[in-house]
Structure formats: structure tokens, C-alpha cells
Design a protein around this ligand. Structure first.
Ligand SMILES: Cc1cc2nc3c(=O)[nH]c(=O)nc-3n(C[C@H](O)[C@H](O)[C@H](O)COP(=O)(O)OP(=O)(O)OC[C@H]3O[C@@H](n4cnc5c(N)ncnc54)[C@H](O)[C@@H]3O)c2cc1C
Length: 467
């Protein structure tokens, strides 16, 4: 049997490593990923030294059963396990794990290529097409492609979208580096992506004014320096979770937050329950959550490392950073600058401003109906995948199996990661991703008897070591 994993970021490499170290040699494992980016993906590959993990080092082991593995790999002292380390270190760790698995297993092949098409074969299984025209059969395919390429921000005109003053991918090497230190900037989005942008601007001693705009104008809250002890959820919150009522849950959380010393362990304790709660919500409730509660949940859930938070505080206190709640209506090129029109939250009138650059920091794109991602476009056009109705990626079952346009699970095609958010809301952070990876690895170790062996041929010849 052959299993092909498409995408070699955290999810793909962790799954490949889990399977390579547990499978017998009758199974071919093929990990296909972007050249030079194995193990790292967007989060750890494009990170600079000022970009910190937003999780304490002691909890970041890639193996769900060994959360301390990353800290052990770095030989951290118990005190350092509570720190927020540069994200680059995490990419190194993931690559090291992958290389070790490759060195010890005889059945793992890595290919530095883009997968451009995947076709279903009439008798079961798939044909995987690479960007150089080569193709090969595979019984099982796992999509671990992360989020989609950035889509154009609503309101940004076509000229600005192609202009050097518009920065669509702030993590991309060189993008923020070309900003003049005195430039007046508009950042759209005020989540952790904006925090990364601010960290780089701060490191580069940026002097110009920065206006950050988002619908609610909320910034991520911060972690404490010392980790608080975990808590169990009180009965009132558990009861509200079981009721599947958003309003009851918010009210229970608010009441408990007033009497506990620190709300953070409360939010963290919710993580064990969020997936089940999310799956029990109706489409209307989910839409309501996205509209009214998402920003509030995310600023509590995805927190800033204390050091970065202190930098953001200093930028706000000095007046350099101004955070406003509102919506970008239109932005375009005005001579040598960027003109922006935005409506402040609660106001009927529009405000205008002139900036030297516009940075898009709106987070992960997951709308498969509008994407330019070639493989996802192809899978959607052929009906192999179907769109989540709220734009949260593609439809999958609770076991990560892809559901096609005819509402049927596609035997042997799986998806883990940001594109599975419609089924598993928190499917973007390491704790949830690794749980999903190990659950799928367990399932794949006991393959369905009906699955046909489409892949008898030897793996493709072009084998490249990552890194
Ligand atoms: C900037 C940033 C910081 C983050 N920090 C944290 C953190 O501190 N803690 C935490 O828990 N989570 C963090 N996250 C969440 C993060 O999404 C996960 O931790 C994890 O990195 C996601 O991994 P992934 O493999 O699913 O996706 P990705 O890392 O995006 O990897 C997907 C890979 O698939 C490749 N790919 C896509 N299409 C194809 C194709 N057709 N063929 C071949 N390859 C393809 C891409 O090039 C990419 O390399 C962060 C996310 C971001 C974006």
C-alpha cells in the first residue's frame, strides 16, 4: 500500500514521522512538500528571530504522547520550559525529527515538489500529479496543505493589489524589510499576524505612525510570565457546554472569570471541550459565533508572549501605534501613496487617510471557492472536495475523511489542518493538530480491508532529502 502526504509543514512531517516509525516495510510512505521548507511550513519557515512561539516550550512536543519532547530536544532547564522561544527553533526541531525518521525507516520517501492534481481512480485509490508532469498512484492521500495563499483584501483596488506599497504576505522574506522606517502604515487585522508585523517593525526601529484596523479593534491578550496551574472546568461551564447554547456558555464563562484569580487556565481548560461543542452547533449558531464571538474568543485563546506584549504596549503608550475598530471600505493608489477609506465601528460616516503602505494581516485564508491554490482549485472543480458553507475550508468527517460534492466520504482521502476548521474549529494550533495527526496515524495503521492496492509500482524516482 502507498500513502501519500501532501504538504510538509508541521502536520505533514509529523504524520510522516509517526507513520514511518510505526509501519512495516510493506507500506510506502511518500511525503511531498515545497522545496526547502520541510518541517517548517509558513509558521516556522518564514519566521525571523523576533517571532516567538505563542505556546510555552514545555508543551510543544510534536508527539501527542510526549509533550515535553521539544524542550528535551533543546535540553531546556525546567524554568526555561515555561518560556516562549523563537519559532525558528521549532522548525529545526521538526526537520530533525523528520530526518531521523528518514534515516531509520526504509519506507519513507520525500519529494520536493508541488502536487497540482489528484484524480480518483475508478477501482479506488488515486493518481497524484506533480508540478513537473510526473504522476504516481496512491491508495491513500492525506492533504496537509495548511491554509490557502492570501486572497486579496476586500476593498483593495486592482492597482494597489499589484503595487509595492501593498504587502499581502508580511512573513515573506524581504516584504517588511523594504518599508521605510518613517513610513506611515495601515495594518488591516489586529491578531497575531499583526503582532508579528509589529515585532519586525520594532526590531527595525520603525519610527513612523502605525494604524491598525479590525472589525472589533481587539488585540490578542497576553500570557503571564509564570504559567498558572491548570484547572478543571466548573459544573456551570460543563453544563453550558452540554446545552450547546452559545449564550449560556458565554454567560457561564463570564461568571466564573469574575471569581477565579486568572481567566487563562479557564480558557485553556475549554480546549478539551471546544471541538465537541463546535460540532454540536447548528450552522446558524456557527455563523453567529463567527460574526459576534470569534474575535473575543481568539484574543483570549491565541495570546501574545509577554516580551512581545511589552513591545506592543510601548508602541501604544508612545502614540506610535493606534488601534481602531472599523472596516476598510476602499484602498487604492494615490500618487506615491495609499489612500484608504474606512468606517469606524458604530459610525455612519467614513474616515479617509493617506499612508505609505498597507499591510494585510487578516490571518489564515480558508475559502476554497475563491482560491488560487492549484491543487485545491482542481479538487473543488472536479467535485472531489466540497466547500464548508461558512468558508472554513472543505468538508470532512470527524475522522478527517474528505466529503465530496455528492455528500459522500471519499475513501482514502483525508485532510488535517486549517482547511478542516469547519469540522474541527481549533484545528490550527499544535495541540489540536498533533491530536488529529496521531488519531489519523492510528486509523491508517489498520487500513480498511476494502481498500484496493492501487500502488504496486515502485515510488517515483526523484527522491530528494529535505533541508
Ligand atoms: C505565523 C504563524 C505562527 C504560528 N505560531 C504558532 C504557535 O506559536 N503555536 C501554535 O500552536 N501554533 C502556531 N501556529 C499555527 C500553525 O498553523 C500550526 O502550528 C502549524 O504550523 C500548521 O502546520 P500545517 O502543516 O498544517 O500547515 P503549514 O505550516 O502551512 O504547512 C503546509 C505546507 O504544505 C505545503 N503545500 C501546500 N500545498 C501544497 C501542494 N499542493 N503540494 C505540496 N506542498 C504543498 C505548503 O507549502 C506548506 O509548506 C502559527 C501559525 C502561523 C501562520
Amino acid at each position: 500500500m502507498r500513502i501519500t502526504i501532501v504538504g510538509a509543514g508541521f502536520t505533514g512531517t509529523t504524520l510522516a514521522t509517526a507513520l514511518a516509525t510505526s509501519y512495516d516495510t510493506d507500506v510506502d510512505l511518500c511525503l511531498v512538500g515545497a522545496p526547502g521548507n520541510f518541517g517548517c511550513g509558513v509558521a516556522y519557515g518564514d519566521a525571523r528571530s523576533e517571532h516567538l512561539l505563542n505556546t510555552r516550550a514545555g508543551q510543544l512536543g510534536a508527539d501527542a504522547a510526549r509533550p515535553a519532547e521539544f524542550a528535551q530536544w533543546l535540553h531546556l532547564s525546567p524554568r526555561a520550559c515555561d518560556e516562549f522561544l523563537p519559532r525558528m527553533a521549532y522548525g529545526e526541531y521538526l526537520l530533525d525529527r523528520l530526518q531521523e525518521a528518514e534515516a531509520t525507516s526504509t519506507n519513507l520517501t520525500t519529494l520536493e515538489h508541488e502536487v497540482v492534481e489528484i484524480d480518483r481512480l475508478p477501482g479506488g485509490g488515486f493518481r497524484v500529479h506533480l508540478d513537473d508532469g510526473a504522476s504516481f498512484p496512491s491508495d491513500v492521500v492525506v492533504l496537509a496543505v495548511g491554509a490557502l495563499p492570501p486572497q486579496r483584501l476586500a476593498g483593495v483596488g486592482p492597482r494597489l493589489a499589484r503595487h509595492a506599497r501593498y504587502i499581502a504576505s508580511p512573513w515573506q522574506e524581504g516584504e517588511l524589510q523594504r518599508i521605510d522606517p518613517d513610513a506611515r502604515l495601515l495594518i488591516v487585522g489586529t491578531g497575531l499576524t499583526m503582532v508579528d508585523v509589529l515585532a519586525t517593525l520594532h526590531r527595525r526601529e520603525h519610527r513612523g505612525e502605525i494604524v491598525a484596523l479590525s472589525r472589533h479593534g481587539l488585540l490578542p491578550l497576553r500570557h503571564t510570565v509564570e504559567a498558572a496551574d491548570p484547572i478543571e472546568l466548573p459544573p456551570s461551564v460543563l453544563h453550558a457546554l452540554r446545552s450547546q447554547e452559545l449564550r449560556a456558555l458565554v454567560s457561564a464563562l463570564r461568571s466564573v472569570a469574575q471569581i477565579v484569580d486568572d481567566w487563562r487556565p479557564l480558557v485553556d481548560a475549554m480546549r478539551r471541550h471546544t471541538q465537541t461543542f463546535w460540532r454540536g452547533l447548528s450552522p446558524v449558531q456557527r455563523a453567529r459565533f463567527l460574526r459576534h464571538l470569534r474575535s473575543h474568543w481568539e484574543v483570549h485563546r491565541h495570546r501574545m508572549a509577554p516580551r512581545v506584549a511589552a513591545e506592543v504596549d510601548a508602541m501604544r503608550a508612545s502614540g506610535q501605534l493606534r488601534v481602531i475598530a472599523g472596516r476598510l471600505l476602499r484602498a487604492g493608489v494615490a500618487g506615491d501613496r495609499v489612500s484608504a477609506l474606512y468606517r469606524l465601528r458604530g459610525s455612519d460616516t467614513a474616515d479617509a487617510g493617506l499612508f505609505d503602505g498597507l499591510v494585510r494581516a487578516t490571518g489564515l485564508d480558508t475559502d476554497i471557492t475563491r482560491t488560487t491554490h492549484p491543487l485545491v482549485q482542481h479538487l473543488y472543480a472536479t467535485g472531489t472536495i466540497a466547500a464548508d458553507p461558512l468558508g472554513l475550508g472543505l468538508r470532512v468527517t470527524a475522522a478527517s475523511e474528505v466529503i465530496d460534492a455528492r455528500d459522500r466520504p471519499v475513501d482514502g482521502l483525508y485532510c488535517i489542518g486549517a482547511l478542516a476548521r469547519g469540522e474541527s474549529w481549533e484545528m490550527t494550533a499544535i495541540a489540536e493538530l498533533r491530536a488529529a495527526v496521531y488519531a489519523l496515524a492510528k486509523r491508517l495503521r489498520t487500513p480498511a480491508p476494502a481498500r484496493t492496492l492501487a500502488a504496486k509500482a515502485a515510488p517515483p524516482a526523484r527522491t530528494a532529502r529535505p533541508g
